[in-house]
Design a protein around this ligand. Sequence first.
Ligand SMILES: Cc1cc2nc3c(=O)[nH]c(=O)nc-3n(C[C@H](O)[C@H](O)[C@H](O)COP(=O)(O)OP(=O)(O)OC[C@H]3O[C@@H](n4cnc5c(N)ncnc54)[C@H](O)[C@@H]3O)c2cc1C
Length: 324
Amino acid sequence: MEHIIIIGAGPCGLSAAVELKRRGFDPLIIEKGAIVESIYRYPTFLHFHSTPERLEIGDVPFTTPNEKPTRLEGLTYYRMVAQREKIRIHLYETVTSVRKVEGLFQLETTDRFGEVKSYESRAVIVATGYFDQPNRLNVPGEDLPHVSHYFQEAHPYAGLKVVVVGGNNSAVDAALELERVGADVTVVYRGEVLSPYVKSWVKPLFESSIDKGNIEMHFSTQITKITERTVHLVTREREWSLAADFVLALTGFRPDRVLLQSSGVQVNEETGAPAHDPETFETNVPNLFIAGVIAAGSRANEIFIENGRFHGKAIADVLTKRWN
Ligand SMILES: Cc1cc2nc3c(=O)[nH]c(=O)nc-3n(C[C@H](O)[C@H](O)[C@H](O)COP(=O)(O)OP(=O)(O)OC[C@H]3O[C@@H](n4cnc5c(N)ncnc54)[C@H](O)[C@@H]3O)c2cc1C
């Protein structure tokens, strides 16, 4: 039997594990992908918008030669912390159910070979993030093979017509990278102006590309349909279609709460946030905690590494008091 199982080896799950180790526990993390799988799946050449010290976990220093770390530096850092702290992690194993039976949690998992395993634990920390559930456009054609909610790098799109959907950092960064490789880029956004979260140092570059006619921008515009070669657009004034070889719908993510709900955690109908004590991150199910972006309501971008990394410390303090 385990004392504490953490579901997810993202920065916030890892942070919880380090804090628990510092207090004498030896938690087990079960992760369905690689260590910090979400960061691994970021755009290849991404620079974090945070400075390195704001991404640190367990007070392990993160220093980089430049002001903002690259994705690769992030991967190296979190991997190094997990290895140095000797955190037990079962990789490529997905937790499929969590149930509380007579005061103990029963977890079921499936590994990459399809083998089903069972675990028992006194406490569970759910730190499953939000990267698996993109905000969908909900339009016909969204599941066609040339439409994606993830952007890796621009090279495959060189010389092609690409429609990027969104008005936040992911869309703006992708559009600029696509412009640099010679793609024909159109950005479609339902907002009237760019998101206020767009990095202040990137916004002028994007605006300059629009002014120069290198990126075509359509604000206050919705996509109504995607076909194999076109996207259909509508504004208050008109309806029209654009040719598109690829569509990148970079419209953000939202946490998947099915696992939490199936284990008895209540979710607030209005905010979408799981019921939890904001001081301890314990849910309405005793000894079931949440850490990281899963704790956010409908505005998932209010919790990120910079603040979600502290959740584990609060949880470790509670469990130390409770069990020592
Ligand atoms: C492009 C991009 C750039 C960003 N830049 C920054 C930045 O500069 N600064 C910042 O603070 N934040 C940034 N963020 C946000 C940040 O990545 C997230 O807030 C952060 O990853 C949340 O950490 P987490 O540990 O809560 O979740 P995640 O990092 O998403 O980790 C969750 C983990 O749980 C695993 N998992 C999910 N379900 C299961 C399951 N059923 N069983 C087992 N494992 C499971 C996943 O594989 C994943 O590894 C950025 C996000 C994106 C998309």
